[in-house]
Design a protein around this ligand. Structure first.
Ligand SMILES: Cc1ncc(COP(=O)(O)O)c(C=O)c1O
Length: 505
């Protein structure tokens, strides 16, 4: 996937280098000798290297000139020059005489993992690569029965509804209206899942080579879809506490992307929830650069620590803050109810919906009638009961997983997300590409962090869903800890094309 090159100013880099706890503009951690008497240039190189590996500095970003950064950090130019030299030697920086230095990742391969320390005796693979729940049992059966009863009213006609079944469009529109974003049925098109919805939006709005800004990290398949559509990603690093608005400002201003893809509710994979001010700021920014802001609200129902929608204490959908027609919303039954239904939708202006319908003729024409009827009954008759029943269990599973990680992998760090279905863990120094391979040998499927970035970042991150029952999670973390011990402290300054195959959701 081709990627837009961003320029990082010395002020911005100084900001990123500042330790989270330091309120001043100086950079003691980067500029002074590091722990154990590490020379200052080495400490600075190490901090920049960590920013690249963690995706906070996008790849192929142009770094500031040595003198400017030295002035900003209050260190000598020699220190910055030596740090850049070291980064170049290690493969984290590529420089061209007269035109600057860009961030990069080394291309050599990690050392192979050591042999297993503890043999695994249990059988049966545990899948921790998919963050999705099983179907909602009796509610789903009831909705299927009601849909089957209603079907004869539809079978007299041809059954092709390119914009979606009118009944379901109405049900979805009403749901938005109740959530503070007044919506009419002609603003909704029903799709075959949220991913199809994103593909349809891309096909309709994007010309080959257009730029699309994305959170970094983000939902892996959304990146695949941009690549398939010939788009160029502009990765905007997520901050430690959520959306880094100055970085979004710089990225949208510099790149003027056609579209921005955001997951404001329990962001996949970090779990962050955008507050109303962040939502408004992002919309204003996108409007001012002529960027269509696509909000993927697939995870919006999964509130664990705040009251769920619609509630005044839960941020309203992006569309509720939009006065300018900047926002296009994607939704899905996949996380709230069941991924196996394969039904999602797009909310936009009636005009956009007409354009989407016409693009769709070359894709899948329409979604299945029976499945749309099932979703109608699920939303109309069961949504509250399903969410009331499942959210407390998900919250307990999240806390259980967090406790297991603290006990068995105490070096790993993560923040506890206020909702969603997964934790985004930092493995300290473990390569998750290697770890995923080791875990596979112990019957555990995990998705390495690199899948959630554009070009190899997030090697030291792992997304861990808490969608399995607690006993299975306990066994999963036991296997994970074995795989982690086996992987050992493999050097992570190297990147492999992920050998990972199969479904990630
Ligand atoms: C943010 C996000 N969007 C979209 C999807 C895909 O949804 P669907 O199964 O409806 O295609 C997922 C599933 O993992 C997701 O996490």
């Amino acid at each position: 996937m081709s990627t837009q090159h961003l320029t990082v100013s010395s002020a911005r880099l100084a900001d990123l280098l500042r330790p989270a706890t330091t309120a001043t503009a100086v950079l003691p951690a980067a500029a002074r000798p590091g722990p154990g008497g590490t020379p200052a240039y080495r400490a600075l190189a190490e901090r920049i290297r960590a920013l690249v590996l963690d995706g906070r500095l996008p790849l192929t970003a142009r770094l500031p000139a040595e003198r400017g950064l030295a002035d900003r950090l209050g260190v000598s130019r020699t220190t910055v020059a030596a740090a850049y030299d070291l980064l170049r030697t290690d493969g984290y920086l590529i420089s061209r005489r007269g035109s600057g230095s860009w961030t990069a990742l080394p291309t050599h391969h990690p050392e192979p993992p050591t042999r297993a320390l503890v043999p695994t005796t249990l059988t049966g693979t545990i899948d921790l690569a998919v963050a999705a729940l099983p179907g909602p049992g009796r509610h789903l059966h009831r909705a299927v029965a009601d849909a089957a009863d209603a079907l004869p009213a539809y079978t007299a006609a041809h059954g092709y509804h390119p914009a979606g079944l009118p009944l379901l469009r109405e049900t979805i529109a009403e749901r938005y209206t109740r959530r503070g974003a007044p919506t009419t049925p002609d603003q909704i098109i029903v799709t075959s899942g949220a991913l199809s919805a994103w593909v349809l939006v891309l096909r309709t709005l994007l010309h080959p080579g257009d730029r699309v800004a994305v959170e970094s990290p983000t939902y892996a398949n959304a990146l695949e879809a941009i690549r398939a559509q010939g788009g160029r990603t502009v990765p905007v690093p997520m901050g430690e506490h959520g959306w880094d608005l100055p970085a979004w400002h710089d990225a949208l201003r510099a790149a003027g992307p056609r579209a921005a893809y955001l997951i404001p509710d329990y962001q996949n994979p970090t779990g962050h929830l955008a507050d109303p001010d962040t939502r408004r700021t992002l919309i204003d920014l996108a409007r001012s650069t002529g960027t269509t802001l696509v909000a993927d609200e697939t995870c919006a129902d999964l509130a664990l620590d705040v009251p769920r929608l619609p509630h005044p204490d839960h941020p309203a959908p992006m569309a509720a803050h939009d006065r300018s027609g900047t926002v296009v919303t994607i939704g899905s039954a996949g996380k709230s109810f069941w991924g196996g239904l394969r039904i999602g939708w797009i909310r936009g202006t009636p005009d956009l919906v007409r354009r989407l319908v016409s693009t769709r003729a070359g894709l899948d024409v329409a979604a299945p009638v029976l499945d749309q009827l099932v979703l109608h009954y699920l939303i109309a008759d069961h949504a509250d009961a399903i969410l009331d029943e499942r959210l407390p269990g998900i919250r307990d599973a999240r806390d259980h997983l967090a406790g297991l990680l603290r006990t068995h992998l105490p070096d790993w760090t993560f923040h506890t997300p206020p909702g969603g279905l997964s934790l985004w863990a930092h493995t300290d120094s473990l390569s998750t590409t290697v770890l995923a391979e080791a875990a596979g040998r112990h019957g555990l499927r995990v998705a390495p962090g690199t899948l959630f970035g554009t070009t190899g970042a997030f090697e030291r991150h792992l997304r861990l869903p808490y969608t399995l029952d607690q006993a299975t999670l306990t066994e999963a973390v036991r296997r994970l800890a074995i795989a982690a011990a086996e992987t050992g402290r493999t050097r992570t300054d190297a990147v492999l094309a992920p050998a990972f195959t199969g479904c990630v959701a």
